[in-house]
Design a protein around this ligand. Sequence first.
Ligand code: CTP
Ligand code: MN
Ligand code: MN
Length: 513
Amino acid sequence: MERIRPPTIVSQRKRQKGMYSPKLSCGYEIKFIKLVIFIMQRKMGMTRRTFLMELARSKGFRVESELSDSVTHIVAENNSYPEVLDWLKGQAVGDSSRFEILDISWLTACMEMGRPVDLEMKYRLVEQAEQYPTLKTPESEVSSFTASKVSQYSCQRKTTLNNYNKKFTDAFEIMAENYEFKENEIFCLEFLRAASVLKSLPFPVTSMKDIQGLPCMGDRVRDIIEEIIEEGESSRAKDVLNDERYKSFKQFTSVFGVGVKTSEKWFRMGLRTVEEVKANKTLKLSKMQRAGFLYYEDLVSCVSKEEADAVSLIVKNTVCTFLPDALVTITGGFRRGKKIGHDIDFLITNPGQREDDELLHKVVNLWKKGLLLYCDIIESTFVKEQIPSRHVDAMDHFQKCFAILKLYQARVDNSSYNMSKKCDMAEVKDWKAIRVDLVITPFEQYAYALLGWTGSRQFGRDLRRYATHERKMMLDNHALYDKRKRVFLKAGSEEEIFAHLGLDYVEPWERNA
Ligand code: CTP
Ligand code: MN
Ligand code: MN
């Protein structure tokens, strides 16, 4: 069995010795006495937190509901390191260094293994400069690296989830989001492209020398990199995080069905928080937004890989009752190897036959008997031989459905069902609302749809930009059109599309640009 090594925990344990030696937690025996976990509710929601606390306890972990002195490990979801520190400050915690601050993926891994797993770098939320020099990069990767060979297009780079430059890319993404809220597309893209370049580097940037010769490093970007290298953080990104408009837009757009335009309207009306919007009875909300508020807590807490697999079974079973030969594929972030996502994306196609326009309606109708919380079906607007749109972010023309499904948690983990009974927590709801996108595609367009819906969004943008500017071709989720030859290029696989574009193949897990 692996042990938890960091010295901070040992000293923490010594300090507690004799003070407190619990054997039981909420009726469960504590198997791992060395660590005391606290799960942050911020951005996770109460339902999910309760579920995770119970799950961890049932597996022999000691989980405290309060941030007591004995806590050694803090687990957060969708919170950056500065956000956790900020929150701790708010809890009047002076010295946060006594905690291990970990991402939810660590807890998920522990739950999978049924024991504490090592505190690997990937699980830690840390952004201090001194953490980075100790990071080991394989010699081969660094020595074969030449900055001037890095392409400006992310489809010519490999970008895994192993990001050595998170402290920079987090700052860029905050800047980009703020420009998005201001509808300044040019500045927004500038920061997204810069973030994407740094995500593909096989080493952490520690000096300005490291970015010499790299594409997409404009002055605004360089200023921020320089400040982070020198100060450990970016004052401009920090200003954004503290900006009232940004904070409100961030909250508003976290509601399903709410975009920048609606946020702008609410902000102008003087509304500032999600609670204020909820309390305002004069607002006219769309059906989508009403669902967004109704299931807000569940929807802002992310979807795990396990939940995605459980939903995938449901989708496959339902689709196959109507079309036994149908192909159902998970796309989006999960196909790129992400462990969490904001939704689950599915592509459905029927090999060999013409698509059935009624399939999506039949599937949804079946779910209406207890599984469906919301759905919005959009009919296909595809016209044969349609030349791909020039606009990079244009919606595609497939028949699709934006849905919210009810996922019973007993299906994810049977122990949670017994557990809630054991703990006598009758008020614990045994399901979670999950956002699901279903896309129906004709079989001959499947490869293009798969490439488009696998993303990342930035990777897709660059594929289209590359096709247009480097190949005089037009690409979208339906087809690739060669403008010089005036022909559509058929493809039965993603590999063929890359080949048509004269690009080396990039695996889905290398498309996290
Ligand atoms: N996409 C698309 N057309 C849409 C919506 C999405 O082509 N109308 C593509 C996006 O470019 C994206 C992918 O489908 O790359 C999945 O979209 P989304 O679910 O928004 O993003 P993910 O990468 O899956 O991220 P997350 O984990 O947050 O869901
Ligand atoms: Mn997704
Ligand atoms: Mn989606």
